[in-house]
Design a protein around this ligand. Structure first.
Ligand code: FEO
Length: 396
């Protein structure tokens, strides 16, 4: 059932407590997610976004309890991805002529996915739709995070409907930021930015500056995932500005996998060296074979430098290490240093191979890395510790 937000806006979305992966298995959702849809009532009624396809029938059934569907004058689709548009086919069976407002790319995306010639109305930045006393103003948000994405803003209530931007994959019985555990909220918000929005950081910065220049007052930011923002809603906008500017904390992250613990022992000795040289640096270690890749990506996002390790296997590296490097490459992190380490028994290609992959990831390579033939003995562990000190000094 719907949850009333104020006199004109009702949340009519779906909370997905069970969800553990999103985008196939690309994104882990330890705390579930939600697909937020909003009904805006004035003299005219607008529905903003829908929910993911598996919940389409439930969504339409619940919406009918909230309103006679024929009273919906406009449907706004801020973004065509299926988690927001997935209930459209079910809804449009009931109200087939209702106009759907979206960007030009939104029409392409919706037609491409559903192959239906619905009554599309194309909008662009600055276009307005009167609901009676209030208006919706459309603001294209290209590449936040798809080419079709847009925001809309409700005058009078001063509410920004931001779709994916400023959201989190986070199921909660509550709707707003001030009602939930702040550490959980921060963790889910930064993970969402690191894993989804990092490659689009230049667009984030530009779009936020453009929105700020419109001088529109904001009382709430209603997102399409997780909890929304009230009580200083612009705090998340300020946070996005920080995250968009090659964000880093005083952190070095070691990411490795290991066959017989030799590479792990190297990681521990290197970490001890970093700590000895610079006690204030937060040094974190992840065996990527046993860790959630999206959580590790979040740690990469926070790091000044990463050290990546693998033993040599079949003249190459462990598949878990190549997989996380491929993920890092796609996210186009900026302003980060990197180096490689690893053990080998015979041919010993892993460190060179990782170094080349780190270059392809756009990392600034600190040096040629360090490798140990067979398992490191105490002398070699001492060399690793010295190497860690060298890394700490190089990173600063
Ligand atoms: Fe939440 Fe881009 O979909």
């Amino acid at each position: 059932m719907g949850i009333k937000i104020n006199e004109s806006i009702t949340w009519v979305g779906k909370k997905d407590w069970e969800l553990r992966h999103f985008h196939g298995v690309e994104y882990s959702t330890h705390r579930g997610s939600s697909y937020n849809s909003y009904l805006v009532r004035d003299e005219k009624v607008a529905l903003i976004d829908t929910v993911w396809k598996p919940y389409a029938k439930e969504f339409v059934a619940n919406l009918k309890k909230e309103i006679d569907l024929k009273q919906i004058d406009y449907i706004i689709i801020n973004h065509g991805e299926e988690d927001h548009s997935g209930a459209l086919p079910e809804l449009m069976k009931e109200i087939p002529d209702t106009p759907i407002y979206c960007t030009k790319n939104g029409v392409r995306s919706l037609k491409g996915q559903y192959h239906m010639d619905w009554n599309f109305i194309t909008v662009k930045t600055g276009d307005r739709l009167s609901l009676g006393k209030k208006e919706l103003i459309f603001i294209e948000a290209r590449m936040l995070h798809w080419p079709d994405s847009m925001f809309c803003y409700l005058t009078g209530d001063n509410v920004l409907f931001s779709n994916d931007a400023f959201g989190q994959h986070y199921a909660s019985e509550f709707l707003f930021n001030d009602q939930v555990d702040q550490a959980e909220l921060y963790q889910e918000a930064i993970k969402y930015y690191a894993n989804i929005l990092t490659p689009f950081s230049s667009f984030v910065e530009k779009k936020i500056n453009e929105f700020v220049s419109l001088n529109l007052p904001v009382s709430m930011i209603l997102t399409s995932h997780g909890v929304s923002w009230r009580n200083n809603p612009l705090q998340i906008v300020e946070q996005y500005m920080k995250w968009a500017q090659d964000y880093q904390e005083n952190q070095i992250t070691l990411i490795y996998d290991t066959m017989w613990n030799g590479t792990r022992e190297m990681a521990e000795a290197i970490a001890a060296g970093i700590k000895a040289a610079k006690p204030d640096i937060n040094v974190k270690q992840y065996n990527i074979g046993r860790s959630d890749k999206n959580d590790v990506i979040t740690e990469v996002f926070k790091s000044k430098a990463i050290l990546v390790g693998s033993p040599t296997i079949n003249k190459g590296i462990l598949s878990s290490v190549s997989a996380i490097l491929e993920e890092i490459r796609g996210l186009e992190f900026k302003n980060k240093k990197a180096s490689a380490f690893g053990t080998y028994g015979w041919s010993g290609e892993s460190v060179k191979m990782i170094t080349n992959l780190l270059k392809e990831c756009g990392m600034e390579i600190i040096d040629d890395g360090i490798r140990s033939q067979w398992n490191p003995d105490d002398d070699f562990k001492a060399q690793c510790t010295e190497y860690g000190k060298h890394i700490a000094n190089a990173v600063g």
